[in-house]
Design a protein. Structure first.
Lengths: 245, 125
């Protein structure tokens, strides 16, 4: 009997190793969700649902690192007119009566029940298996129904011809676009550009991760702090949550 | 024998006709081994690109061999670093010849990406 391997002990040890791999590499930098990035040839799976937790108590009203990081990553032009594309914008809120001020980034909320997908007549607006809501610009006819349907005003229409193609996301005139949650980075096992920029600034107001994994940093934090979904009354089940609103 | 001579004449006429049609003179850029046989690519590149495009955008499958950026990386002209610009440039040259509108580059870059590690080793990105 004694030559039989002690499987219980082995499993315990291997679990211990996995847990070590998942701890913080440096303060604020967690490898937890990305340690198990899927191979590039595999399709995105619904076992994962990507989400963001935005801690407005850590968000500095004078900082727009997330906005400029997004612009740089995706080669977006500086918004000069109200109709120019904005994938992420900083919003300042003041509570009536008390005068309490809150600063927060607003972008596509990556809903589980996205109204932009419901209204799209061509199937260009779609939700990927891992919960990221995207526009397939090959199918987009620029009708802008999705922009009307989105309660978060998260989508933009590209009015002008695109000259700068150096960005990670192909963009073109006559199509609608919005935050892609930096899907190209997520597929490489990296966090979105805004999240990295916020960490670099030392604010760490943005936490990215897999909502379907109860052990992920984002799930643990969602369990431990009070957070809200924007316009929760619409029952769209956004992938983004906000703390401190 | 007479029939044979006729056939030969016919073949010669065909070859002459083919030579008379002006073929596009393309600047293939870096060139080298393509991801598939060049004749297969000439005939089917659009199908391969469509297939992979949908798999990548909608399913999130990355790293397939028929990448548009991969075409550009190898075939951008060494003169203007693009696959567009004149009727000698790789994509534009052939598309003008075939009178097929090319709209890939209204959104995608017609210039090569920075050299990746894979490319430096001579492989395809």
């Amino acid at each position: 009997m004694s030559d039989q391997p002690d499987n219980g002990r082995r499993q315990f040890l291997s679990r211990g190793t996995a847990a070590t791999a998942a701890v913080a590499v440096a303060p604020g930098v967690l490898l937890y969700d990305f340690a198990r990035a899927r191979p590039p040839a595999e399709p995105a799976s619904s076992a994962v649902r990507w989400g963001l937790l935005i801690d407005t108590t850590r968000c500095d009203s004078g900082c727009d690192a997330c906005v400029s990081a997004c612009r740089e990553e995706n080669a977006l032009p500086l918004p000069l007119k109200p109709t120019d594309p904005q994938w992420i914008r900083k919003v300042e809120l003041t509570q009536e009566g008390t005068g309490r001020k809150v600063s927060l980034p607003m972008m596509c909320q990556h809903c589980a029940e996205p109204p932009c997908v419901d209204v799209c007549p061509t199937g260009a607006s779609f939700k990927r298996a891992d919960g990221i809501v995207l526009v397939d610009k090959h199918r987009c006819i620029g009708c802008r129904y999705c922009m009307m349907a989105c309660p978060y005003k998260a989508r933009s229409f590209v009015h002008e011809p695109v000259e700068d193609h150096s960005g990670a996301t192909p963009r073109g005139q006559g199509t609608v676009e919005s935050c892609t949650l930096c899907v190209h980075r997520v597929d490489e096992g990296r966090a979105p550009a805004c999240v990295d920029a916020c960490s670099r600034e030392g604010h760490r107001a943005l936490l990215f991760g897999n909502l379907n994994d109860p052990d992920s940093a984002i799930s643990q934090r969602l369990r431990s702090v009070a957070s809200v979904k924007l316009r929760a009354d619409l029952n769209l089940d956004p992938g983004l949550s906000y703390v401190g609103l | 024998m007479r029939r044979m001579a006729g056939l030969l004449l016919f073949l010669a006429a065909l070859t002459g006709a083919a030579a008379a049609v002006p073929m596009p003179e393309l600047d293939v850029g870096q060139g080298g081994h393509c991801v598939n046989d060049p004749q297969v690519m000439r005939q089917n590149h659009m199908k391969f690109l469509y297939q992979q495009r949908d798999e990548t955008v909608r399913l999130g499958i990355r790293g397939g061999k028929y990448s548009l950026a991969g075409c550009v990386d190898c075939h951008a002209s060494k003169v203007n670093h693009s696959v567009l610009g004149s009727d000698r440039n790789f994509c534009q040259g052939c598309h003008t010849y075939a009178a097929v509108k090319i709209d890939c580059f209204e959104c995608h870059s017609s210039k090569p990406r920075a050299l990746s590690a894979v490319q430096r080793e001579g492989g395809h990105p």
